[in-house]
Write a protein that binds this ligand. Structure first.
Ligand code: EPU
Length: 339
């Protein structure tokens, strides 16, 4: 366990932004993490910056602090009952590798979440979701370490207070806990979720007759690869903005002006509008300024064509927020963590 100074974070963030950390160390056991937290720097009250897969973060400047990279590993079945396997995965495991492990063993529930960049530890943080499934649907519990007092705490589903790309770890408990591992309850007999239109279309194209979780994973992977840029090839952090939710009254007036506006009805008589549509209507799909760009296939994703700085990406995102607000009166919220 080595402590580095002025450490380059470029290979550790999927936006591939050149930024440095004043101090950097990675930990591959809870004991290593605890001894790092017992160094003078943290005992003086400084807050660590925890890095997982770096797939939902935008560095806008060098980090004048201590970045701790979570490298905890391990996946195992810790319990089972008639319906579920309880699969525990360490926070530093790569998300898609966990999905592949579950596909190989026929543990059902994660297939719709195939190919999401990032690590296991970030999945409950922002309740990752795609193609009709969110982490909260398969979550059992997680273990986390309290940053200041170093005790371990288990969080149940209810205690995580999951919402759309939200959890208690982004709200009242922000920066207070480091997620160590997550246990998922995965079905022995699959319950397929093909409600998302694109999956059904892809399965038809694949001429699937007897559906399996492996087919769903393949369909999801094909859909993602057809429109989401691979962060290994082009820097990005997935959806940059959340899909906004608006009231029924605002929706009705918008629909009068824009009869083709796409929407999903969500509980409490609210309407979710795809941010990708709003951004496309404002002419940003495929827009590029320097090396900061709006992805030509899915405009909800902002990309780094090579040498964009975090500040340039932020500036582009602000142009988009302003344009959408002027045209539709909707304020887009960034999904990515800005540092
Ligand atoms: N659309 C356009 N123009 C486009 C693309 C999309 O108008 O160029 C509109 C269409 O109406 C389309 C709708 O946007 O039906 C939805 O598009 P898509 O299915 O691609 O999903 P999304 O709402 O843009 C969300 C998640 C993604 C997730 C997909 C699939 C958020 C912020 N994003 O995107 O998550 O993969 O659904 O479930 O909720 C991520 O969080 O990083 C992420 C990629």
């Amino acid at each position: 366990m080595q402590i580095h100074e002025n450490f380059s974070l470029k290979p550790l963030n999927t936006f591939a932004i050149a930024a440095k950390a004043r101090f950097f160390a990675s930990f591959s056991s809870v004991e290593e993490l605890q001894s790092l937290l017992n160094t003078k720097y943290f005992l003086d009250g400084n807050q660590p910056i925890i890095l997982g897969g770096g797939s939902n973060i935008l560095f806008t400047k060098d980090v004048d602090g201590f970045v701790l990279k979570n490298d905890l590993r391990g996946i195992s079945v810790v319990a089972e009952d008639d319906v579920f396997y309880y699969v525990k995965a360490a926070a530093g495991e790569v998300w898609h590798q966990l999905v592949e492990y579950c596909l190989q063993h026929n543990y059902a529930g994660l297939e719709n979440l195939s190919l999401i960049p990032g690590n296991v530890g970030a999945s409950p943080m922002q309740n990752i979701g795609a193609y009709g499934v969110e982490i909260k649907d398969v979550f059992h519990e997680l273990e986390a370490l309290h940053v200041k007092e170093h005790y371990l705490r288990t969080f149940t589903l209810t205690e995580c207070a999951f919402g759309y790309r939200e959890s208690i770890f982004k709200k009242t408990l922000k920066n207070q806990f480091i997620i160590l591992n997550v246990t998922f309850k995965l079905r022995k007999a699959p319950v397929f979720n093909t409600s998302y239109g694109a999956i059904e279309q892809e399965l038809n194209k694949m001429r699937v007759t007897t559906l399996s979780i492996q087919h769903i994973a393949q369909a999801v992977i094909q859909i993602r690869q057809s429109k989401l840029p691979d962060p290994k090839v082009m820097g990005n952090a997935g959806s940059f903005f959340k899909n906004p939710t608006i009231s029924a009254a605002s929706f009705v007036s918008l629909q009068q002006l824009w009869p083709t506006i796409p929407f999903y009805e969500v509980p409490q008589q609210l309407y979710k509008i795809p941010a990708a549509w709003l951004i496309e209507q404002c002419g940003f799909k495929g827009y590029r300024k320097g090396d900061a760009g709006c992805n030509p296939l899915q405009p909800l994703v902002l990309v780094n064509y090579g040498a964009a700085s975090g500040a340039e990406i932020i500036a582009l995102s602000q142009m988009i927020i302003d344009a959408v607000q002027n045209r539709f009166g909707i304020v887009l919220e960034r999904e990515v963590n800005i540092l």
